[in-house]
Structures are given as structure tokens and as C-alpha cells.
Design a protein around this ligand. Structure first.
Ligand code: ATP
Length: 285
């Protein structure tokens, strides 16, 4: 096989808490990660040597700073891979959105190279290696529903939530993850979501239990800085969402709908709003 194409899925956070800070400055987190049906497509093609990349989005670097190239370089060096790879990325996941777009592309690059060069590495080994590319990359290799602890790399797979429609809106603003975490330290008292309770609700398959515990401590920083996030949450709830939350460090907001018709109606109504720069109607994976 000289070529392969992989789908790289985005995530949302059903819950996100920050529980402390490590001596090296990293934040300790406790998050419920959930893959959704929004995805990039990454094609890998074997070449005699080197690494190169193209993308259909002008917003992205395609040099060594792209997480795809970082992950590929790591694979090449760690496993002494003879030969190179040309990557092409079809970007569909909103960029700098809190949906782990770069991390999921990096995960796809590692999985793709594992297949293309017949390395036969188990996911566990790829996950251990991938944390040096980014804290969310191990989760993106695993996918599905998971509790992420530590800096995001300690993963416990969980049962998927009951099937729902998920409306995702990314307003036309970019939010720097670094800015959000830095300002969280200065925010004082925080409203911590009940992540353990959500883990139990997932195990029990209780959608109401999940909805009752949805919370993201990073909203403390991002919502006051970008009030449009609150507007979107309110509009989603008025349109019939059973719950709505910011994902990651934002600014993406998602709404959970138990009723397909209502979700479709909300999508049709909200897509005409000025804040709906990118809007998707999808499902949990
Ligand atoms: P997270 O949820 O992990 O914080 P994010 O969704 O907020 O991630 P990304 O879309 O991963 O953010 O992008 C953050 C920055 O990383 C962008 O500004 C971009 O320049 C850089 N980047 C590098 N590689 C990629 C990639 N393959 N896709 C998207 N962004 C990338």
C-alpha cells in the first residue's frame, strides 16, 4: 500500500475541570472527552524521502509547525522509517476552536504511518509516544468517550452517552488556549463541575444525569471576554437544546438535542444569525 486516507474526528468536552497546577506550569485537568461526527480528512502518500504537506485551508501552516508534520517527524525518528510521506489535509474542523483539530490531525498522521509502513504498533504505544506532540493527541488516537486526567493524557474509556443530535457553532473569533489558562489562574474562586458524577451518569446511561452535570470551568475566563458565547448558549437553549456548553477553551459552543426535528429547526434558524460563522449538525460517535 502506497497511499491511505483517514478521517480525523473532532471532540467536544461534556465536562471540563482544572484541578491544579504542576511544578512545570502545566495545568492538571479532569475532562470528559467526546468524539463527534465533524472530521478532517488526511491523505498520506509514500515518497522516497522527506516530509511534505499541503492543505486546502490557507489559514493553516503546512511547514514543520503543523502538528501533522511534528507527529510525522516523531514517527520517522523513533521508528527509523525508511522513506518519506506527502500529506494532504482537507480541513473541515474549525481552527483554534476548542475541538482539538490539530491534535486529531496529528493522531491521524501517526495512525496512517503505522499502517502505511506496516509498523504493527498497538494504539497504546502510539498513545504513549504522542503526548510529546500534544496533551490531547493520545485521546484523539483512542477516540470515543473518555475521562482524561493528568494533563489530558491519562485516559479511561467510558460508555458513549445515549444517542443525541449535537448542534455545534463556532463564532468568528479565535481564542488562544494559552490566554485562557493564564487568566484562569487569576480568576479566583471557580465553579467546579461534578466530573465524577458525570462518569457515573455515563456508566448508568443516564442522559439527564449527564445534562445536569455539564460544566466547563474555562467558561469563567472565555465567556466574559467574548459575550457572544453566552448569546449562543442562550439561543441554543431557547431553540430547544436540552443542554449547551462551551467546548475546551472555546469559542465553540455545542447544544445537545434529544429531538431530531427540533435540532434541525434550531440549525435552520441559527444558521442565519451573524454569530454562526461555522455551524454543524452532527452526532456523538
Ligand atoms: P484544542 O482543543 O486542543 O485546544 P483547538 O481546537 O483550540 O485545539 P487547533 O485547531 O488545534 O486548536 O489549532 C490551534 C493552533 O494550532 C492553530 O492556530 C494552528 O495554527 C496550529 N495548528 C498546527 N497544526 C494544525 C492542524 N493540523 N490543524 C489545526 N491547527 C493546527
Amino acid at each position: 500500500m502506497d497511499r491511505c486516507t483517514l478521517k480525523a474526528y473532532a471532540k467536544i468536552n461534556l465536562g471540563l475541570d482544572v484541578t491544579g497546577r504542576l511544578p512545570n506550569g502545566y495545568h492538571q485537568v479532569k475532562m470528559i472527552m467526546q468524539s463527534v461526527g465533524i472530521c478532517d480528512e488526511l491523505t498520506l502518500e509514500k515518497t522516497p524521502e522527506g516530509l511534505s504537506m499541503t492543505a486546502d485551508s490557507e489559514e493553516l501552516p503546512t511547514d514543520e509547525s503543523n502538528l501533522v508534520c511534528k507527529a510525522a517527524r516523531l514517527m520517522q525518528e523513533t521508528f527509523h522509517i525508511p522513506g518519506g510521506v506527502r500529506f494532504h489535509l482537507k480541513k473541515r474542523i474549525p481552527i483554534a476552536a476548542g475541538m482539538a483539530g490539530g491534535s486529531t490531525d496529528a493522531a491521524a498522521a501517526m495512525k496512517g504511518m503505522n499502517t502505511l509502513f506496516r509498523l504493527g504498533l498497538p494504539d497504546k504505544e502510539l498513545m504513549e509516544l504522542s503526548v510529546s506532540v500534544g496533551a490531547d493527541v493520545p485521546y484523539c488516537i483512542l477516540g470515543g468517550t473518555a475521562l482524561a486526567e493528568g494533563i489530558g493524557e491519562k485516559l479511561t474509556p467510558l460508555p458513549s452517552p445515549p444517542a443525541c443530535r449535537v448542534l455545534v457553532i463556532k463564532p468568528d473569533i479565535g481564542v488562544s488556549t494559552k490566554y485562557v489558562y493564564e487568566h484562569l489562574d487569576a480568576a479566583g474562586s471557580l465553579n467546579h463541575p461534578d466530573i465524577d458524577g458525570m462518569v457515573n451518569a455515563l456508566k448508568e446511561g443516564s442522559l439527564q444525569g449527564i445534562l445536569n452535570r455539564m460544566g466547563n470551568v474555562l467558561e469563567t475566563v472565555t465567556v466574559p471576554a467574548y459575550p457572544v458565547i453566552r448569546d449562543i448558549k442562550e439561543k441554543m437553549l431557547s431553540a430547544g437544546a436540552a443542554g449547551s456548553l462551551m467546548s475546551g477553551s472555546g469559542p465553540t459552543v455545542f447544544g445537545i438535542f434529544t429531538d431530531q426535528e427540533r435540532a434541525r429547526h434550531a440549525f435552520d434558524t441559527l444558521k442565519t444569525e451573524a454569530f454562526s460563522a461555522q455551524i454543524f449538525l452532527t452526532t456523538f460517535l
